[in-house]
Design a protein around this ligand. Structure first.
Ligand code: KG4
Ligand code: ZN
Length: 338
């Protein structure tokens, strides 16, 4: 039987992460999240690159240590090639290339968006793997897509945002309300305490399976400006209801498009990934879809939904089994497509 050790490295945005995987099972999953961006209310690319450079060697060293293996035991290095911030990607890419060259083992490039989806194939007790074909909705601060997944590497984007990502809608709404960054978890927490129908925000009209979130942000801004003019304490007095109403609107948009995607493709196996899939409302709405629409739904373990290197390692492992390796002159690609 085979004995494959893969090191996965992720550095596409503001998390420096490394993970060691043995035959599809996680041995370690280390993340250094960059706190520096909080005070700016969003990721500052220059600062992100610098922090990656600082963190990458200690994070990889810790991942190897936690996995209790020596780097000489690694069979391949998998890294995020894109999409993401170019300066951030360059740090992980250059490091991965050098390490693979130094150890004289294969290098494997990974598409970050494919990785969010293939995270469902990490061996974890109590988590079922979706059967092909399935629909995957990736929702995070950087992405909002619905993907038809026919096999590991046969994926088709059938819908995506034409402006902001859904996580951005959360974060920008939070900014308007004076909440910290990232605001998604805070809005989610407060939404549980509020009335989702207290305030009504209209859903954007976007054809087909595409999404739009920039109009919602503007609608919320105007609404808050108008209400605080009449009552300066409006936000404080209604924060839970405002959060619940925003969350209700966002989830409605996501579920409407999933329903349409399922109807158009005839596929009822539905998986989600990305940071926003931590959201309690979307998880509940998906669960409801099982009895309401006959869906079977798949939500990965929390630590594999936000950016992480275990999802990079699993793609590395699947590509390793196919002998699908990178050329030595491969470069990072900020706008890499699925
Ligand atoms: O996947 P992720 O960690 O990073 C990328 O953007 O790639 O996702 C981060 C996003 C942020 O916009 C954050 O506000 C959102 O995920 N988020 C949430 C929740 N937890 C994180 N949004 C809504 N509800 C949550 N519970
Ligand atoms: Zn991501």
């Amino acid at each position: 039987s085979q004995n494959i050790y893969i090191l996965g490295i992720e550095s596409s945005c503001d998390d420096t992460a490394a993970s060691v995987m043995h035959n599809g099972k996680i041995l370690s999953n280390v993340i250094a999240s960059q706190k520096i961006h909080e005070e700016y209310g969003g990721v500052v690319p220059e600062l992100a690159s610098r922090a990656h450079q600082q963190n990458i060697v200690p994070v990889v060293a810790q991942a190897l240590k936690k996995a209790n293996i020596d780097k000489s035991q690694l069979n391949a290095i998998a890294f995020t090639r894109g999409p993401g911030l170019m300066g951030s990607l360059l740090v992980g890419t250059s490091f991965a290339k050098s390490l693979a060259f130094g150890l004289d083992i294969p290098l494997i490039d990974v598409n970050h968006m494919q990785a969010h989806i293939l995270a469902h194939f990490i061996d974890e007790e109590g988590f079922n793997k979706p059967p092909f074909p399935f629909l995957a909705m990736t929702i995070s601060g950087g992405h909002t897509q619905i993907v038809k997944v026919s096999s590991y590497f046969d994926m088709e984007v059938i819908g995506e945002t034409i402006d902001d990502a859904v996580g951005e809608a959360y974060d920008k709404s939070g900014k308007i309300l004076g909440l910290g960054y990232p605001a998604g978890p805070e809005i989610d927490k407060r939404a549980k305490l509020g009335n989702p129908k207290a305030f009504k925000f209209t859903k954007p009209k976007v054809d087909g399976l595409n999404f739009s979130f920039s109009g919602l942000k503007t609608a919320i801004l105007y609404f808050i400006q108008k209400e605080t003019k009449a009552n300066p304490n409006f936000i404080d007095e209604n924060i839970n209801d405002i959060c619940a109403s925003i969350q209700y609107t966002i989830i409605g948009i996501l579920i409407d498009k999933l329903k349409l995607a399922s109807k158009e493709t005839g596929i009822k196996h539905i998986a989600i990934g990305g940071g926003v899939s931590a959201n309690s409302g979307i998880r509940q709405a998906l669960k409801n879809g099982e009895s309401k629409f006959g869906w079977t739904t798949y939500v990965p373990k929390f630590e594999f939904t936000t950016d992480n290197a275990a999802m990079i390692a699993i793609v590395g492992y699947l590509k390793y089994l196919e002998g699908n390796f990178s050329e030595q002159n491969i470069t990072a690609s900020a706008r890499l497509k699925i």
